[in-house]
Design a protein around this ligand. Structure first.
Ligand SMILES: [Zn+2]
Length: 353
């Protein structure tokens, strides 16, 4: 799949939506008689969609199927096969369907040496988290979330100034072969790798949390520059990754930039760090920009703990849009259902001119 020459930018912004997200139905998840609480619920995508419809920023189109290849370009085939079959295989093991939930997991160097052959040990191997269930529809929802990002990337490749992928589940915590932090397939990474066939790509991750999965996927890749503003991992999730000293490795040395910020960071310091990020991206001379958009960076989010105000958020959107790059915006976090739609619309509006 190749890219075409750029057309002048349009005055609307296309949103790509995949209704299959509802199949990852986390409203009511019961494991061994206990209710599993999750804030990453289907309503998140629906409040964003409703706000976009109300704002009339542009057409909302269905995700197109680009197949499995762009997904296994950033994930191992064995991991993708596991995600696609885990629910059925676990049900066969138990004799009754039940959400797959890891029991023992984490950062375990030994996992690199041996892969368990079967359940239940296998369900600990492909995750570093223990709060993310694999449900009957998780694979289909994650697959189509990735396809939404790829469809938005294709729109930008074909000449749109920017396009928005309303991805759910989110993706930036998913590594090449582990899920975690609500993320199963890395949507932004799939889009970035796909775009990189046509030129250098920068990823700007402004979710409250560090995108450890995206960083890991491109850590040694000089064609993709990963830049992230996020809470200091010494203070909040994902704890093990996202420190300033992580700068890339091998051929990718220097193409990873982490700008960790303290809990409660306010507008001025946040926007100053964003300036640094955008300056670095400009210096990389990318052909495309992928934005991992997390509204959990705004004050009041029930998970995020920054002090960024709504006016700081609007200013950030203007700064990012001011790069004037062909941009794919991919939805990551954001958990305040009352404000999420409005913040997403406000960010996207900066790209409609
Ligand atoms: Zn987040």
């Amino acid at each position: 799949m190749g890219c075409y020459s750029l057309r002048p930018g349009s005055h609307t912004l296309k949103t790509v939506y995949a209704a299959q997200h509802r199949l990852h139905s986390t409203d009511e998840v019961w494991v061994a008689g206990e209710r599993l609480e999750s804030r990453e619920v289907p309503c998140r995508a629906e409040v964003i969609r409703a706000a976009l419809v109300a704002a009339g920023l542009g057409p909302i189109v269905a995700a197109q199927d680009h197949g499995l290849a762009p997904i296994t370009a950033v994930h191992t085939p064995a991991y993708a096969a596991y995600l696609a079959t885990a629910y059925r295989r676990y049900a066969a093991y138990l004799g009754v369907p039940q959400p797959v939930l890891a029991q023992r997991c984490g950062v375990d160097p030994a996992r690199l040496l041996m892969r368990p052959a079967s359940f239940p040990e296998l369900c600990d191997y492909y995750t570093y988290d223990h709060e993310d269930p694999i449900l009957s529809g998780t694979w289909e929802a994650a697959y189509w979330s990735a396809q939404a990002a790829l469809t938005a990337a294709a729109a930008v490749c074909a000449g749109d100034r920017a396009a928005y992928a309303l991805c759910r589940p989110p993706g930036h915590h998913a590594t090449a072969d582990q899920y975690g932090g609500f993320c199963y397939l890395n949507n932004a990474a799939a889009a970035a790798r796909w775009l990189s066939a046509a030129g250098r790509v920068a990823i700007l991750d402004i979710d409250y949390h560090h995108g450890n999965g995206t960083q890991a996927i491109f850590y040694a890749d000089p064609a993709v520059f990963y830049v992230s503003l996020h809470v200091d991992p010494a203070q909040d999730y994902p704890y093990y990754w996202g420190f300033a000293a992580e700068r890339g490795s091998g051929a990718g040395a220097g193409t990873n930039l982490n700008l960790p910020l303290p809990l409660g960071v306010e507008d001025d310091d946040y926007l100053e760090a964003l300036d640094v990020a955008l300056g670095a991206i400009g210096g990389f001379l990318p052909r495309y920009l992928v934005v991992s958009l997390g509204a959990d960076a705004v004050r009041g989010d029930p998970i995020g703990k920054f002090g960024l105000t709504s006016s700081g958020w609007y200013a950030a959107a203007q700064q990012v849009a001011g790069l004037s790059l062909s941009t794919v915006i991919v939805q990551e976090g954001g958990y305040d259902l009352d404000t999420l739609g409005g913040y997403v619309v406000a960010f996207l509006a900066a790209f409609v001119s």
